[in-house]
Design a protein around this ligand. Sequence first.
Ligand SMILES: Nc1nc2c(ncn2[C@@H]2O[C@H](COP(=O)(O)OP(=O)(O)OP(=O)(O)O)[C@@H](O)[C@H]2O)c(=O)[nH]1
Ligand SMILES: [Mg+2]
Length: 319
Amino acid sequence: MAIQWFPGHMHLTQKAIGERIKNIDVVIELLDARLPGSSANPLLAQLTAGKPSLKVLNKQDLADPARTTEWLAHYNGLPGTRALALDASVATPAKALVKACFELAPNRGGMVKPMRVLICGIPNVGKSTLINTLTGKRAAKTGDEAGITKLEQRISLADDFYLYDTPGVLWPRIIVARSGYNLAASGAIGRNAFNEEEVALELLDYLKTHYATQLEARYKLSAASALSDEELLDAIGRQRGALQGGKRVNLQKAAEIVIYDFRAAAIGRVTLETPQEFARWLAEGQKLDAKRQIKKDAIELDRQIRFKKIPRPPKPASE
Ligand SMILES: Nc1nc2c(ncn2[C@@H]2O[C@H](COP(=O)(O)OP(=O)(O)OP(=O)(O)O)[C@@H](O)[C@H]2O)c(=O)[nH]1
Ligand SMILES: [Mg+2]
């Protein structure tokens, strides 16, 4: 089943960003380097259109370095887009962002025209951590769970440099099914909004194809790619002692282990999508969504006709 998560505070944040953006000089959108395509919020792109912006592939310490290079090349090749990769908790590279902001908005700076930077992105991607690293203080609350920041917060980096921390936002309908799974695996979706077993099976399906060696090493398996996803989850549960009633594998426990290990990079540095894969998934998602919309419109038209709200349209003339 497709994963969706859009609690009330996200709706409010979306509105708040729409208001705030008028007085913002640079937008920093944090992406998760393990799922850059899936973690890019299409709503934010609309809300922040026209503002100088910087994409930061965060958590690069957990991602596959070769794929991070590919994603950076992809984004830096797009018109008007600049991207760099970071580990939000490491100070020196994070400070490069300050310089990048002045390059993007060179007319800002000084007490009369302070630099105003909005930091946005999906839940749990590291926005507040980045702000704390930049300020060198625990100015913003952080935590390893989606939805820690609930309200916008302004933090001064200097007298003429403000950072706005925002609550993580997703979008009302995730049309790429794989994005839903990848977002859940990364920790961007509230823990009650997805089924761990389903997410772990999807994760294993990808890992056995693209990161089989790492998977086999972590769980002492052989020929992981020859196993079905279910067999793989079962074998991992057995290997890790996630058993119930003596011999049966506790699949829920096994799924939690797989997700936990992925989040901690215990399976290795893994990235769940390449620019080409994501472009394909997006095109498929859009096609399915268009079909779904046509069906929905037809049902709505039929409903209106049945309740005699509008006349039935004439049949097309036969040739
Ligand atoms: N390994 C690693 N962990 C990170 C990085 N950046 C943040 N984290 C961790 O990710 C978790 C979420 O960080 P936050 O800064 O609270 O994320 P946020 O984007 O503010 O989240 P919300 O406020 O819930 O939207 C914390 O456990 C951080 O320690 C990074 O670059 N690498
Ligand atoms: Mg936060």
